[in-house]
Design a protein around this ligand. Structure first.
Ligand code: AMP
Length: 425
């Protein structure tokens, strides 16, 4: 299928041509015509599927064909969980909208609001925003959302993980009730389904990749290794195999900094990206990684969410995530757009349970190897510390539900881990 048959205007086809895309990705093929019909959409799509163009292109077409009001009120609102994702969506909006007479702005916290306010006062058709700063500006009467025609919730699962539910609810109350709603999410928990039910009206359901399935072209491998030898193993792999661009995940901000320092000491150019880094430092690290002046980017899950790094050859899980779905998010950054990629996980004794949970979720046994000189330590505990603590003292909620209910315990475990992860990131 070509872009020509999707019903997009010549101005948008020109911009797509300029980007060099030959054909629409599966999510674009499905989402674009449905959005152009002005239907609500519930889309299951991970980063790397081309989802951003999937909603941006039809949104731009609808706005360009709609009625232009002289003072340009916000007619499309895109909410994102992170600053990086907001910046990426904004840059996509600008690129695809290059040949249209539409104005866009991006707003997020952590930077001065003055330039954002100036831009909004001049009038914007499309606003890409993180929920917190958006509400700040609405409360200061800088902006009104009363004319919004299209609402996009991008990476809605991550927005809930990051505690934005209340903000989203507040924002919904500021929007007109007649509008088109598009919700994109990589995973579909009960909470996401509840949010979607409250916002969407008879949505068309679209799936880019089957829910919770790992992209098949990614070559996944596990190295079993002693915890104390992980750093020297990863440094060896990078140097010996001459990896040029590696994204490494750690579970904590502290872990990311520590690993980054050790890499630099070993002569590998590296930068860490996490919630404690300033926006400037994050942008600089990401730019350096993209232009190959930085070889290794060490990231925590939330900081890495939504990073637009096409064709990434190597992703390494220095530590496995304790939320199995995060494994899918992480490795989804390799093997994009048809290119093959490699996802390597360094697994020590206390992560074996996490590995089992991940294998259950992706539905395959990931091949496991031991490298000479980096053997696992047989004396390491094989149960995660948190689980040991939990089994000593059941929580009240588990107690009321019945202590032998394994699925409830598992859900509780995930919630506990998710909460502690959010604090760490
Ligand atoms: P996304 O999932 O929106 O983050 O997009 C992932 C990457 O795919 C981005 O680098 C896009 O520029 C790229 N992309 C989007 N649509 C296409 C397409 N139809 N053909 C090739 N690459 C694309």
């Amino acid at each position: 299928m070509s872009f020509n048959s999707l019903g997009l205007s010549p101005a948008l086809l020109k911009a797509i041509n300029k980007k060099g895309y030959d054909q629409p990705s599966p999510i674009q093929e499905k989402a674009i015509p449905v959005i152009l019909e002005r239907k609500d959409v519930l889309a299951s799509a991970q980063t790397g599927t081309g989802k951003t163009a999937g909603f941006t292109l039809p949104m731009l077409q609808i706005l360009s064909q709609g009625q232009h009001l002289r003072h340009r009120p916000v007619r499309a609102l895109v909410l994102t969980p992170t600053r990086e994702l907001a910046a990426q969506v904004f840059s996509n909006v600008r690129e695809y909208g290059e040949f249209l007479d539409l104005r866009a702005a991006v707003i997020f916290g952590g930077v001065s609001q003055i330039p954002q306010v100036k831009q909004i006062r001049r009038g914007v058709d499309i606003l890409v925003a993180k929920p917190g700063r958006l509400l700040d500006l609405v409360n200061q009467n800088v902006l009104s959302l009363a004319k919004v025609e299209i609402l996009v919730l991008d990476e809605a699962d991550r927005m809930l993980d990051m505690g934005f539910l209340r903000d989203i609810e507040r924002i919904m109350k500021l929007l007109p009730s007649r509008r088109q709603n598009l919700l994109f999410s990589a995973t579909f928990s009960k909470d996401i389904k509840k949010l979607a039910n409250g916002i969407l009206h008879h949505p068309a359901q679209i799936e880019a990749t089957p829910e919770n399935t790992t992209v098949e072209i990614i070559n996944q491998k596990v190295y079993r290794v002693a915890k104390a030898k992980k750093t020297s193993l990863i440094i060896n792999l990078i140097i010996d195999d001459n990896w040029k661009q590696v994204l490494v995940f750690t579970r904590t901000k502290h872990g990311a900094n520590k690993l980054c320092k050790k890499m630099v000491a070993a002569g590998i150019t590296a930068a860490a990206i996490h919630g404690n880094k300033s926006q400037g430092a994050r942008t600089k690290a990401l730019a350096g990684f993209k232009n190959n002046s930085i070889r290794v980017l060490v990231a925590t899950d939330i900081a890495a969410r939504g990073l637009d790094i096409p064709l990434l050859p190597h992703v390494v899980n220095f530590e496995l995530p304790n939320i199995p779905e995060d494994y899918i998010h992480r490795i989804g950054r390799t093997g994009r757009a048809g290119a093959s990629g490699e996802a390597i996980s360094l697994v020590c004794g206390e992560e074996i349970d996490y590995l089992r949970d991940i294998e259950k979720l992706v539905g395959l046994k990931i091949s496991s190897e031991v490298l000479e000189g980096f053997e696992p330590d047989p004396n390491e505990p094989t149960t995660p510390k948190k689980q040991q603590q939990r089994s000593r003292k059941p929580t009240n909620s588990n107690f009321h539900r019945g202590r032998n209910n394994r699925s409830n315990n598992r859900r509780q475990k995930r919630n506990n881990n998710r909460r502690s992860d959010n604090r760490q990131n």
